[in-house]
Design a protein around this ligand. Structure first.
Ligand SMILES: *Cc1c(COP(=O)(O)O)cnc(C)c1O
Length: 419
């Protein structure tokens, strides 16, 4: 197994810009110890494992504080889930069921979101039979408010903004969007999967971060991933609702099953104890001081990388991202080919489209590679890189999806070919 892992993406060496959020060996060993201690426990039945019940409650309480869960009329409650996708599935399912209960006249439910919103939301729309209405973004890659306002209407059961969106790392105008939804009494979800556990600390450092959480009266739910900038082990995310009544529409219960009474808060049945325990350990260990320190380091590295990339004439960072996720493009060279050239030097840069760009997600671990990365990037740009490749499969920077089928058939064939 160790030998096989030798050909995996080198995240420890900080050669990758997605998929793994690594903040050093100390935190890694802590995750590992906490995870393995509860590797067999199952949070499906919290009564059997009061330890997990307490970990989950405390993780949620700490996070709820971070998101101003007690401001205004908010009395936020949440659940831990296995990841951002599950949190978003829950947000959409909850909004759909709320509408079923309160707005029976809506027979063709729709959810409105900018085109830059994460595909997990489209997956949720697909699974729960809600029609996605995708609205354009402005030149700065943030949601176009006129188009958004126009799209929210009679059949809308949920409106969504991102803090920040994944492709370019910019925060949508959440305050204005949530007010548009609130004016029509429509739930508004903030996808803070990426930024939820970083933006509050970045703000504390004195940077300009617009409000995006429950302090805004129109925000009714928030998703935030612990296994991203929460630096928890994989399999940990959170979903919050403005109040208990909302969350009630998330839960599932069966009372006439021969196996007994059955209740499940989220999508999954069995809920791995390790992920919950590791998230709790990391949050307790880091605390406000630790998270602020990691955020400061992440932003220092981001600033250095952004100025290094911007100093290369042919490259341009897209828009003005608030935190540590961004993309760069070029009007002069083919960045898809640039990604290939960088790949040959061991770097994994994810290729994006519309427009073609390369994606960066900065972690504290990247401190050690700033200089060699910028040096390789300058050399590869100067060498006018060779073979262009197609758009990358999300996150799989090494593979490209080009073929004679249409794009969707290619993606499906790729998945089919995995095993
Ligand atoms: C990562 C991400 C998701 C999905 O999270 P997973 O943990 O990969 O399921 C959703 N939204 C945004 C903005 C993300 O960055």
């Amino acid at each position: 197994m160790r030998a096989l892992s030798g050909s995996d993406a080198d995240w420890r060496g900080a050669k990758t810009w997605s998929l793994v959020f690594y903040a050093g060996d100390e935190l890694y060993q802590l995750q590992k110890a906490a995870y393995t201690m509860f590797i067999s426990e199952n949070a499906l039945n919290p009564a059997a494992f009061p330890s997990l019940k307490r970990f989950e409650a405390e993780v949620l309480a700490m996070a709820s504080d971070l998101f101003h869960g007690k401001s205004g009329d908010a009395d936020a409650v949440g659940s831990m889930t296995s990841g951002g996708t599950e949190s978003l599935l829950m947000a959409v399912k909850t909004a759909r069921d709320l509408a079923r209960a309160q707005r029976p006249e809506v027979t063709a439910p729709e959810m409105v979101m900018p085109v830059t919103a994460h595909p997990a939301l489209l997956k949720a729309a697909h699974y729960f039979d809600v029609r996605p209405v995708r609205t354009p973004v402005r030149a700065d890659c943030r949601a176009d408010l006129d188009a958004f306002r126009e799209a929210v209407g009679r059949n809308t059961i949920l409106a969504v903004g991102s803090a920040p969106q994944y492709p370019h790392g910019v925060v949508d105008p959440i305050e204005e969007m949530s007010e548009i939804a609130r004016a029509q009494d429509i739930p508004f979800h903030v996808d803070a999967c990426l930024g939820g556990y970083l933006l509050p600390w970045v703000k504390l450092l004195g940077r300009d971060i617009p409000p995006f959480d429950f302090e805004l009266p129109g925000v009714t739910s928030i998703s935030a991933d612990l296994h991203k900038y929460g630096f928890a082990a994989k399999g940990a995310s959170t979903i919050f609702y403005r109040n208990r009544d909302l969350r009630m529409h998330q839960f599932f219960a069966v009372t006439d099953w021969p196996g007994g009474m059955y209740g499940s808060p989220t999508m999954t049945g069995t809920r791995p104890g390790g992920a919950i325990a590791a998230a709790w350990a990391v949050m307790k260990h880091l605390g406000k001081e630790g998270y602020t320190r990691l955020a400061a380091e992440t932003m220092r590295i981001t600033d250095t990388l952004v100025s290094g990339i911007s100093s290369i004439d042919q490259l341009e960072v897209i828009s003005d991202p608030e935190m540590s996720v961004f993309a760069f493009m070029s009007h002069e060279i083919d960045v898809m080919a640039l990604a290939t050239a960088m790949y040959k030097r061991g770097w994994r840069l994810d290729r994006q489209q519309l427009p073609d760009s390369l994606h960066m997600m900065v972690t504290p671990n990247h401190a050690k590679i700033i200089d060699p990365f910028i040096a390789d990037l300058s050399e590869c740009v100067a060498a006018a890189p060779g073979e262009p490749e197609g758009v990358g499969f999300y996150g799989a920077a090494g593979g490209s999806l080009t073929g004679d089928k249409d794009a969707k058939a290619n993606v499906l064939a790729y998945l089919d070919g995995l095993g």
